[in-house]
Design a binder for this molecule. Sequence first.
Ligand code: HEC
Length: 168
Amino acid sequence: MTRTHHLFLIAILLLSIASCKKAEEASGIDKELLTMADQTTGFTWYKKSDVWLDRSSGSGHNFARLRTRYNAIAATMLDSNGMVKTDAEFPEGSFIVKELTSSNTVERYAMLLKRSGDPAADSRGWIWGYVNKGGSLAEAASNKGSACIGCHTQGGSIDYMLMNKFFP
Ligand code: HEC
């Protein structure tokens, strides 16, 4: 092999190492959502239970189990059974966290934060977060829920929420 060949092979090798970088870490708003979700006090569980539920048939989330909690502001939209009120319109500051796992410990958070006017908020004021527990990004909030909204506006959704429909 000539010297040029060698240099060429080395260049290819370096390029392939560079492109094999690790998953993108959450930063900015995604990191903020992750930090908020890592906090566990002050939340109310859906139907007042922290038991892991088997994912529903309609779930777009590829984890076997889930459970959902609401911060104090969002919890004002829960009824006495801990289900979302059928006419709910979540107020500003509402934060809803769906914990996802295929084991017993949280692997990913799916999050909704009502913060109208934020650069990452969609036309209804919601920010869609999808971040792995370890800090890597699953779906950037700056995509404004483009991977989520189609499914979350289906018949039976309440202000995007699907827990009531699939876990009545
Ligand atoms: C194909 C349908 C589908 C897609 C796509 C989808 N979801 Fe969901 N999501 C569901 C269903 C169904 C539930 C109810 C619980 C379950 O079975 O997983 C749910 C529950 C949730 C909840 C709990 C609150 C509630 O009552 O709905 C959050 C938060 C959430 N999803 C966020 C997201 C985010 C963020 C994305 C996009 C990155 C997304 N979802 C994409 C179907 C979907």
